[in-house]
Each structure stands twice: as structure tokens, then as C-alpha cells.
Write a protein that binds this ligand. Structure first.
Ligand code: TRP
Length: 334
């Protein structure tokens, strides 16, 4: 950060549905920690987004807390960032309504995630699933975020948030900053261990296809040993070697070694040795996260202090933007 340059605002959210995978961790979460230093950062558990799919209340409550604890376990600091739970900040739902009246049915109908989810859950195509992108736009716009780290699957959602913001500003006057996508440094794209042509996903029916960041060390090792490779038996990065390329990507991301260095390191060695090395690096990387997570889950009073502080800071900042938007639209406020 140059002297005198104003820190920018960054925001991202994670849904409290299931435990994140190694892919979520290396592709996104681990980078959030680095962003915390250079930005004014807002990170939230997007619990309101989770209910577009039917949730069991007891399970949802636990998952929200676990996800919050995980964000802290990866090193995010509730003093440095604003680390909060979306439903603790009513402004998100409020702004979402205002924005939804400035969003067209047609543009929401074109969202690929909506189209995909309507196909996979034909029995529950609820209105929330349809207006999901508007709530996400509210998340982003409330904090005047300059940038949003997003994966490919969320790019279209950021695009529509920008469209909504531009339209609103044009109609009522300048209220929202227009957010940009933040393209991370080397956020790895981690593939399935069972089918390395597919992205690693926590909803994969095959449990061996993904590493959950809370998997026990022996489970992690077992999954890497079973990872699909090829018959060449040479550790090198090349087209057609998706399985090995994926393992090299993971290993490189964790150790900081280049592909060339990895090829040298395993020159003359088999895939067995390489898989063990990858497994060990992942276990060592996740160990402190898991340890901290368990400590936090055993200290719920402390977690509560942290998310209350987060809610207080988030409510404070977001209220300013909400107020401004409401005034500009003509609501009678003090
Ligand atoms: N939709 C995002 C996802 O499923 C989560 C999310 C909600 C989000 N609100 C956000 C991400 C705002 C970035 C910014 O991954």
C-alpha cells in the first residue's frame, strides 16, 4: 500500500451449507486472510441465502455457527475485518426489497444458476431462488465495496449487482459504488480427486472425490492415495494428465514450489511417493485450522462476542447506505 493511498473495501460471503472443501479453501478462503491486510474487509456468513433450499432449523443454526468459527479458524480477525452473520444485519433484507423493485423479471430469468437450480430442484422453485441475486447485490452494495473476490460461478451474480447499481444511481442519484471483480493471485482451481475433469465439490455423491477442510489426517491421506491419476507413472505437468496436474496444483499452492521444482523433486519416484507428499502437505496446512476450529467451537461465549461485534460494525456501516438509498427514493426519513 502506497503512502497516502486510501485502503479499498473488499467484501465476500460464504453460505453455511456443509463444510468447505480443500477447493474452497485454496481457491478462496485462504486468500481472504491475505486480503484482510490490504483492504477494509467485510466477510459474512450468508445464512439468508441458504434458505432458498429447505433447511432443518437445528441443523441450520449449528451450520451458521460452524461456518463463522471456520472463518475465524482460517485466521480472519474480527477486530481487523468486519466478520458477521448476514441475518444479524436487517439492512440486507431491506435493501434487497428496494433493489428488487429496480430489477427486471427478464434479467433474473436469464441467470444461469437459477436455470440450473430450477432443473435440479423442480419441486422447490421458490421466489427466493429467483431473487437470490438481488439479495447478493444488496450484500455487496450496502458496504460500498470496491471489489469482490468471486469464482467463475459467481461472476454473473456480480455482473447483475453492477447493473442494478448503475441503474439505481442513474434513476435516483449516486448512492452505490460500482463493484469490480477481484481476481486473486494464484487461487488454485482444485478438481475432483475421483474425476479430475470436474471441479471439486462438497455435494459430490462420492466422498472420495473431495477433501473437506475438517477431514481427519488419516482420511485425507486415504483420499489422496485413492486419487485418480494415469498410467505414465511420471510426475510432470502435461495435457491429458488431469489427475496429476490437479495434485501438482494443490502441492504447488501449498508449498509455493513451481511445477518445475515439483517435477525435479519427484524425478525417478512413483506416484505413490508423490501422493503421500501431497497428502502430508495438505494435512500440515489444515492442522492449525482444525485445531483452532475445535477450540472455538468449545468456546461459544467467545464466538458470540465476536459475531456480536461483527453485527455492530456491519449494522453501523450498512445503515448509512440504506438510509441514503431510501431518502433518494422518496421515503420519509428523519
Ligand atoms: N452466492 C455466493 C455463493 O454461493 C455467496 C454470497 C452471498 C456472496 N452474498 C455474497 C459472495 C456477496 C460474494 C458477495 O458462493
Amino acid at each position: 500500500m502506497e503512502n497516502g493511498e486510501k485502503k479499498k473495501i473488499i467484501l465476500s460471503c460464504i453460505q453455511p451449507t456443509g463444510t468447505p472443501t480443500l477447493g474452497n479453501y485454496l481457491g478462496a478462503l485462504r486468500n481472504w486472510k491475505a486480503l484482510e491486510e490490504d483492504f477494509y474487509s467485510y466477510f459474512a456468513v450468508a445464512d439468508l441465502h441458504a434458505i432458498t433450499v429447505r433447511q432443518e432449523p437445528k441443523n441450520l443454526r449449528e451450520q451458521i455457527l460452524r461456518t463463522y468459527a471456520l472463518l475465524m479458524a482460517i485466521g480472519l480477525d474480527p477486530e481487523k475485518s468486519t466478520l458477521f452473520i448476514q441475518s444479524h444485519v436487517p439492512a440486507h433484507s431491506q435493501l434487497a426489497w428496494l433493489l428488487s423493485c429496480n430489477t427486471q423479471f427478464g434479467e433474473l430469468s436469464r441467470m444461469t444458476q437459477f436455470k440450473d437450480k430450477s432443473k435440479t430442484h423442480p419441486d422447490n422453485i421458490n421466489a427466493g431462488l429467483f431473487t437470490y441475486p438481488v439479495l447478493m447485490a444488496a450484500d455487496i452494495l450496502l458496504y460500498q465495496a470496491d471489489c469482490v473476490p468471486v469464482g467463475d460461478d459467481q461472476r454473473q451474480h456480480l455482473e447483475i449487482a453492477r447493473d442494478i447499481a448503475v441503474r439505481f444511481n442513474g434513476a435516483y442519484g449516486n448512492v452505490f459504488k460500482i463493484p469490480e471483480a477481484y481476481i486473486g493471485k494464484n487461487g488454485a482451481r482444485v478438481m475432483s480427486l475421483a474425476n479430475p475433469e470436474k471441479k471439486m465439490s462438497k455435494s459430490d455423491a462420492n466422498k472420495n472425490a473431495f477433501i473437506s477442510i475438517l477431514d481427519e489426517p488419516n482420511v485425507i491421506m486415504k483420499k489422496f492415495k485413492r486419487a485418480v491419476t494415469d498410467s505414465e507413472a511420471k510426475v510432470r505437468y502435461a495435457e491429458g494428465k488431469d489427475g496429476i496436474n490437479n495434485l501438482m496444483g494443490i502441492y504447488s499452492c501449498i508449498t509455493g514450489k513451481s511445477y518445475e521444482e515439483i517435477e525435479d523433486e519427484f524425478d525417478g519416484k512413483g506416484y505413490g511417493d508423490f501422493k503421500v507428499a501431497v497428502g502430508e502437505s495438505v494435512i500440515a496446512e489444515l492442522e492449525p485450522v482444525q485445531k483452532r476450529f475445535n477450540e472455538l467451537m468449545n468456546d461459544r461465549a467467545y464466538l458470540k462476542d465476536c459475531y456480536e461485534l461483527g453485527a455492530q460494525k456491519a449494522n453501523h456501516f450498512s445503515a448509512r447506505t440504506l438510509n441514503k438509498a431510501m431518502k433518494k427514493m422518496g421515503f420519509l426519513l428523519n
